[in-house]
Design a protein around this ligand. Sequence first.
Ligand code: CAO
Length: 434
Amino acid sequence: MAIQEILVPDIGSFKDVEIIEVLVNVGDTINVEDSLITIESDKSSMEIPSPAAGVVKEVKVKVGDRISEGSLVVMMDVTDGAAAAPAPVAAAPAAPAPAPAPAAKPEPRPQPVKSPTAAVQSEAAKLDFSKAYATPSVRKFARELGADLNKVTGSGRKGRITQEDVKAYIKDVMSMGGVPGRGAASGNTLGVAPMPDIDFSQWGEIETVALSRINKLTGEFLHRNWVHIPHVTQFDQADITDLEAFRKQLNEENAKSGMKITPLVFIMKAVVAGLKAYPRFNSSLDAKGENLIRKHYYHVGVAVDTPDGLVVPVIRDVDKKSIMQLSEELKAISGKARDKKLKPADMQGGCFSISSLGGIGGTKFTPIVNAPEVAILGVSKSDIQPIWNGKEFAPRLMLPLSLSYDHRVVDGAEGARFTTYLAKMLGDIRRLLV
Ligand code: CAO
């Protein structure tokens, strides 16, 4: 044991910066890399970690003091001899972030297995929070709950992440049926090298734009589903020439009411017919992957494009609603989504999702299954094609369908049967009545 001065290490271009937090008290037992103080410049904040383990004997700084490299922070009764050289520091940039300096990435400490949440905590312990703008107590809180701080949007001063922000993030993740921290951690569990941290400004002018909360959450779920679900996408097309003529007629008849019917509502009805004919598509795998939970209700999620990102509100009991009711509900719920008024419950309980890009364009795409559902239908823009009718080529309006499904639940043959069935229903919508 020896009393040792703990000094501010090399902190790059930071000089004469203000201390905004003192994170230790006399008598505290400190481990190597525990943060001692937080300093803040105009652009970012930074935590100064302890290069040594021991007991704090004297705190030599207070909030508001200004420090530079070499300033004395604490006197410590050192128990771990690794103290001699001050450790490099990990910067926590505020938005907009400056080009990050190469940051030391402390090895995560092993987490004792104590509770059912230990696995999630241990995954969170592996995450690198060095760029998250949060105090040590908030970092600790996030690790305890297994939350990935990199995905939390800060509401504090200069975008600092508060404990409340972590709680709100956990609430959002849970309400969408997820596990905090798992999304990002899943990349690590594959043993894949992390994405490199690149300074793009070396090649030209750049700007940094923060992802919205929806972007972050959606990204986490898409990543999780992409990694966990063995996807197959089946392509097909439906002849909607007659359906389109009927839809146009309905729209003309309803012109005064202002109600517009799009192809999507007919597709929803055809999907429900498909779910009834092929019930494996209306199921979910249980958590152990040993049983299928078959649903006897027909709630369909519809992907809605909003300025803040993709959301998938659910329209309930599609089997029990008319084309007009579905049109009204689709209009209302997509409006609610774009006005950011959806509640978590509006996005839960779906059996199957539809992602329609038909109003935009494209010929086909491969949507990602919206787990715990087992399939999703992508719809692209219809166009007129020459179709052989046995005697000649006739111009027909063809609708491209892209069905992605979880291959653990649905076989390829069943996938092809489902799209063939959809095409048959959409080709002659009278069949939806049978
Ligand atoms: N082929 C050709 N035209 C189509 C079409 C199709 N498959 N689907 C819709 N259209 C037409 C509509 O009839 C409408 O035409 P008019 O204005 O002439 O009447 C126009 O395209 C716009 O339709 P819309 O997009 O407003 O309405 P919708 O009912 O088809 O879709 C909604 C509603 C909320 C699903 C849609 O607005 C949306 O947000 N789509 C994007 C979904 C998305 O981002 N998916 C990707 C997720 S990642 O997998």
